[in-house]
Ligand binder design. Structure first.
Ligand code: PLP
Length: 343
């Protein structure tokens, strides 16, 4: 059976790099959304807690409920269906004034302000209105944040949005002090924006992909020794001897250029792996390449190894499929067993 092993030491190593950048581990909000980018939310939450992480972000309420007993703060990033206070350490991201108006008194919230991404968040011209509403209806404003649209890229957009967020921070601070509210936490950086920051001075950074060992930041913005946490293993189902000129798999798109042993392994697109159509060369770890089309439950590779590693090569796979490592990792089926790597 295919399975995933998770390397605790590598996760700690990546968190150390990010904590150093941020100043301290208390300044890292570990992003565990989407089943911890496919790694398995419960195991990764345990690792994060053991490392000393106190704040995490998740996708929705069900992820929050699964792990909130481990942390001081759990921020829900993308769930618009939660209109009830579940626990004081579960906060909701508020992406619009409309949503704000549906939330009950005492609801812990982080207000998302759109500083240029134009995806979500309240407008710069709506911040006052939101603060007034929060004050009047006694919502618990725990944080104010924004998200950068180009933190991986070598251009000045990051600085432009950061300037706008600095103005938001002043506006919020002024309002909060004037009305004797408690000061919310300010946060804007994801992994890449923290890594490219020279002087990080916010309350914390929301880090996902780099904690798992990947980052697509432009190399001119810095090179970082991040180590993949996940290894995805597939086990051999069967092997056969293929003669030169024989075709392998659906459509017979692969014609063997030589006599060789080909084995079939138990991962396919039904497991959340990308479907490869057999065209071009899909290379992955340990110098191996996929032979013919990928099936729903299996793929073929030269040789007779009992098991093969398909990840850590999320970056290479992402490039082949013209996508990003986040996509390769987060799609992996929840039914694949995840275990801590043992030595
Ligand atoms: C996913 C997400 C993050 C984490 O981004 P990485 O690039 O994985 O570090 C941070 N903030 C928000 C709002 C997100 O949705």
């Amino acid at each position: 059976m295919s399975y995933i092993t998770l390397n605790r030491a590598n996760y700690y190593h990546n968190l150390d790099i990010l904590s150093q950048k941020a100043g301290d581990k208390s300044k890292i909000m570990a992003v565990l959304k989407d089943n911890a980018y496919g790694h398995g939310i419960e195991i990764m939450a345990g690792f994060a807690k053991d490392f000393g992480i106190t704040k995490v972000a998740v996708k929705n309420l069900s992820e929050a409920l699964a792990i909130h007993h481990l942390f001081e703060e759990v921020l829900i990033l993308a769930d618009q269906s939660c209109f009830q206070v579940f626990a004081q350490n579960i906060s909701m991201s508020v992406h619009s004034y409309e949503l704000l108006q549906k939330l009950p008194k005492d609801m812990p919230i982080h207000l998302n302000v759109d500083t240029g991404m134009r995806r979500d968040g309240v407008g710069l011209d709506e911040v006052q209105k939101c603060l007034q509403y929060i004050l009047k209806h006694k919502l618990n404003l725990k944080g104010v944040f924004t998200h950068y649209r180009s933190s991986d890229d070598l251009n000045s957009e990051f600085y432009w949005q950061r300037e706008l967020f600095a103005k938001v921070k002043s506006e919020v601070r002024y309002f909060v002090e004037k009305n004797s509210l408690s000061m919310p936490k300010f946060h804007s950086c994801n992994s890449s924006s923290l890594l490219r920051s020279e002087m990080f001075d916010e309350d914390y950074a929301r880090c996902g992909i780099a904690t798992f060992g990947y980052c697509a930041i432009d190399p001119l913005l810095g090179l970082f020794d991040l180590r993949p946490v996940m290894t995805l293993w597939a086990e051999r189902l069967s092997s056969r001897y293929i003669k030169k000129g024989e075709k392998v798999g659906y459509g017979g798109v692969y014609e063997s250029p030589k006599s060789q042993i080909v084995s079939t392994y138990d991962i396919g697109y039904g497991d959340g792996f990308f479907r490869y159509d057999g065209l071009g060369e899909l290379a992955f770890c340990d110098g191996k390449t996929v032979i013919g089309r990928l099936s729903m439950d299996s793929l073929c590779v030269e040789g007779e190894d009992e098991k093969i590693r398909l990840i850590p090569c999320a970056q290479e796979l992402a490039e082949f499929f013209k996508t990003i490592s986040y996509d390769v990792l987060s799609k992996l089926s929840t039914s694949i067993k995840r275990v801590e790597e043992s030595f």
